[in-house]
Design a protein. Structure first.
Length: 267
């Protein structure tokens, strides 16, 4: 009888061990430092190309097909850190544009910089699908007309060598609204002549030539909510350019202004 009880106990123990082993095989633990599902994008790592979360499979497939985006600009792009290299923050539009099909892969931005300074400082970025360039406010501030700035836009595009170029309108500039409007009209004509995509993500913030009430703390920059709206608008434009990275790869380089699908877009 003792031998029978011993045998039954052994069988039960073996069955329990097998059950535990089988269940644990399907459990995946989160990688150290990975963001929880649904975490705000602003809390994610600011490193270009970083993907929070872990594990192979669907996340990797989304990253492989994500549109690779480089950004160049002034404080409107650099954010509160004043330098893009400091990382993304709540006052950086890319914080709200990246993720789920849009991958930030680099670029250059500095508060107070003109397009000439940006052209001199930006360095090549590998394998860029879309360049988003938003500059001009500081040209207006320093009294630099668009004719003196045009070649610098070409220089930025040539350095980054993206497959497609998106140039965003500058926001209202309350200190010199008429001069900003003149610069912007010339910039838009130039962008469309080049075959690039022109977009104005600032419609919500415009009241004629100045910022609408409550949309800017200083007449130069938007509120944090405004940065979010700009980021969401530019995200839509980025995804409209080619739909997926595969489409953009087929389209080829756009630096010569011959890419298909270029358009003017207003939000």
């Amino acid at each position: 009888m003792d031998r029978a009880k011993t045998a039954r106990a052994a069988l039960v123990g073996a069955a329990l061990a097998l059950l535990v082993t089988g269940c644990s095989a399907g459990v995946t633990t989160a990688s150290p430092g990975s963001a929880p599902t649904g975490a705000p994008q602003a809390a994610a790592s600011a490193s270009p190309g970083d993907v929070t979360g872990g594990g192979a499979g669907e996340d990797d497939l989304r990253r492989e097909d994500a549109v690779r985006v480089a950004i160049v600009g002034d404080s409107l792009t650099a954010g509160g850190g004043r330098l893009l290299s400091d990382g993304l923050d709540a006052n950086t539009w890319m914080t709200y544009a990246r993720g789920d099909g849009v991958e930030w892969v680099g670029g250059w931005a500095k508060g107070g910089s003109t397009i000439q300074e940006q052209a001199a400082a930006v360095t090549p970025v590998a394998d860029v699908d879309v360049l988003v360039l938003m500059s001009g406010t500081n040209d207006v501030r320093k009294g630099i007309g668009f004719a003196a700035s045009a070649a610098s836009y070409d220089a930025v595009v040539a350095t980054v060598a993206p497959r497609h170029v998106v140039v965003a309108a500058i926001p209202p500039y309350d200190r010199a609204p008429a001069a900003a409007a003149v610069y912007q009209r010339a910039l838009e004509r130039y962008v469309l002549d080049r075959g690039w995509t022109w977009t104005d993500p600032w419609g919500f913030a415009r009241d004629g030539l100045v910022f609408a009430a409550g949309t800017s703390p200083d007449g130069i920059h938007p509120t944090t909510v405004g940065y979010q709206r700009v980021g969401e608008s530019l995200r839509e434009t980025i995804l409209e350019v080619g739909g997926t990275r595969g489409d953009l790869l087929q389209a080829g380089p756009a630096a010569d202004g011959t890419a298909e699908g270029d358009r003017s877009r207003t939000s």
